[in-house]
Design a protein around this ligand. Structure first.
Ligand SMILES: [Zn+2]
Length: 461
């Protein structure tokens, strides 16, 4: 009998990893990193609950670190099977995992120099492990029935969340037939660049479904673009800079796309737009390599005008070029990581510009509690960057509507889109109130049995 065990994103959002034992094999869905304070997550990440050498294959839903960020650790611990992913996810993983390894190595070196290194700051894996992981990746396009092994076929369908993101449709044919669907992270209709989510239709025996925003409503994507244009016009008119913290994968490309649209429509002035993040530059290169998965509308534009290149936009890779932005006067837009202002080049730009009332700090993503982004967003009178106090005088604004996750209405629409009866659903990838809200949605939509699994819990299918 097939068996399913939850080794991540169970009762929480990060660390996505689910083990299936079926068709004589042990297969992992995702190998994600637990994110948060290192002291709390290091042990959880470092110690796998099973022998990595005995895992036969991994099927990866998308390249976000909370879904892919433990794959190099699996490889470092002896996993050597294939990792199946869509071609875009495979290529995005190459830059994301190398970056994750590099940051861990650099952070550890930094703490060693300061005499503050400890077991919790040890890198989980190296850049070499990330490269070895890439060697195991096999691209399987959307909507291609793929035989993983005897009695087990795989099909990826578009999850509409980020470039290459997939829901995973598995068919087990050993003994009786069993269909298992893993949602991955579900996106939203109308998001720029990526296609709309495609729920894999038909009767489902086992559904594993995310619930990140099952208890929330988002603003509309179109409304977000209007507000972005307005914010840039207002700031440029007073001679200020717009500073936007953004994640390198997904949000940065969406913003460039939105700014391109606004520029073509004559809705933003002719001011320079800097994408100041080496990772965002690399990720954007991967986007350029995969127009095959763009939304039709975008594909048309890609054929005529380049999606991520227009006269105002400049990509900044080197540290010197990044520092040079600080001495530049006049209006500009600067997009830099990290998205929650915990690290990365955005810190330098804020240190340089947050006390100037002409400037605007624009948040376009969720700011978690205890992050610097959250403190700035809340309007604290004093904030600390690199050990110095700053008094924010810049304007602070938040635009929601750029979320890449379905909200509660969109999650319900996705479940309805599955159509067929669902025998049992497992709700994962959410904080407790969101997990409960998703369980309610599933019951209201007629799912016979709904389970919110705990970390390490196993089920016979
Ligand atoms: Zn994701």
């Amino acid at each position: 009998m097939p068996r399913l065990t939850f080794w991540g994103a169970a009762g929480q959002v990060t660390g996505s990893m689910h083990l299936i034992e079926a068709a004589g094999a042990r297969i992992l869905l995702d190998g994600g990193l637990f994110q948060g304070h290192r002291a709390e997550t290091h042990e959880l990440n470092a110690r796998l609950a099973f022998d990595a050498r005995r895992v036969d294959a991994v099927i990866l839903s998308h390249a976000h670190i909370d879904h892919a960020g433990r794959l190099p650790l699996l490889v470092a611990q002896g996993f050597h099977g294939p990792i199946y992913a869509t071609p875009a996810t495979r290529d995005l993983s190459a830059v994301m995992l190398a970056d994750a390894a590099f940051i861990q190595e650099k952070d550890h070196e930094f703490l060693v120099r300061r005499g503050k290194a400890g077991p919790e700051s040890e890198p989980l894996y190296t850049v070499a492990d990330a490269a070895a992981t890439q060697e195991l990746m096999l691209g399987v396009p959307y909507r291609r029935l793929f035989h993983v092994r005897k009695h087990l076929t795989l099909e990826f369908v578009d999850a509409g969340h980020i470039l290459g993101s997939a829901s995973i449709d598995l068919r087990l044919t050993e003994g009786s037939n069993h269909r298992l669907v893993f949602s991955g992270d579900i996106g939203r209709a109308g998001l720029p660049i990526v296609r709309d989510p495609e729920p894999p239709a038909g009767p489902i025996d086992t559904l594993i479904v995310e619930s990140t925003y099952a208890n929330r409503d988002h603003g509309s994507v179109a409304g977000a673009e209007e507000r972005l244009g307005e914010a840039i016009r207002r700031t440029a008119a007073r001679g200020g800079k717009v500073l936007i913290p953004a994640f390198a994968l997904g949000r940065a490309q969406e913003l460039v796309y939105a700014l391109h649209q606004l520029h073509r429509a004559g809705k933003i002035p002719e001011i320079p737009i800097y994408i100041d993040s080496p990772l965002a530059v690399d990720v954007t290169t991967v986007f350029r390599l995969h127009p095959e998965v763009f939304d039709n509308r975008e594909q048309l534009i890609a054929n005529g005008v380049k999606l991520f290149d227009f006269p105002l936009v400049r990509y900044i890779s080197t540290v010197d070029d990044s520092k040079a932005l600080n001495t530049r006067h006049g209006p500009a837009v600067i997009i830099a990581a990290s998205g929650m202002v915990e690290s990365g080049r955005i810190l330098h730009h804020l240190a340089n510009g947050i006390e100037d009332p002409r400037n605007l700090v624009l948040f376009v993503g969720f700011q978690a509690e205890h992050t610097l982004g959250r403190r700035i967003q809340e309007g604290r009178e004093i904030i600390r960057i690199f050990g110095h106090d700053y008094h924010p005088r810049a304007e602070i604004e938040t635009i929601d509507g750029y979320s890449a996750h379905a909200d509660r209405h969109e999650l319900r629409a996705w479940v309805r889109g599955l159509g067929g009866p669902i025998r049992r659903a497992f709700v994962v990838h959410g904080e407790p109130p969101a997990l409960d809200a998703m369980a309610t949605i599933l019951k209201e939509e007629g799912v016979r049995e709904v389970v919110i699994p705990k970390h390490g819990e196993s089920f016979d299918l």
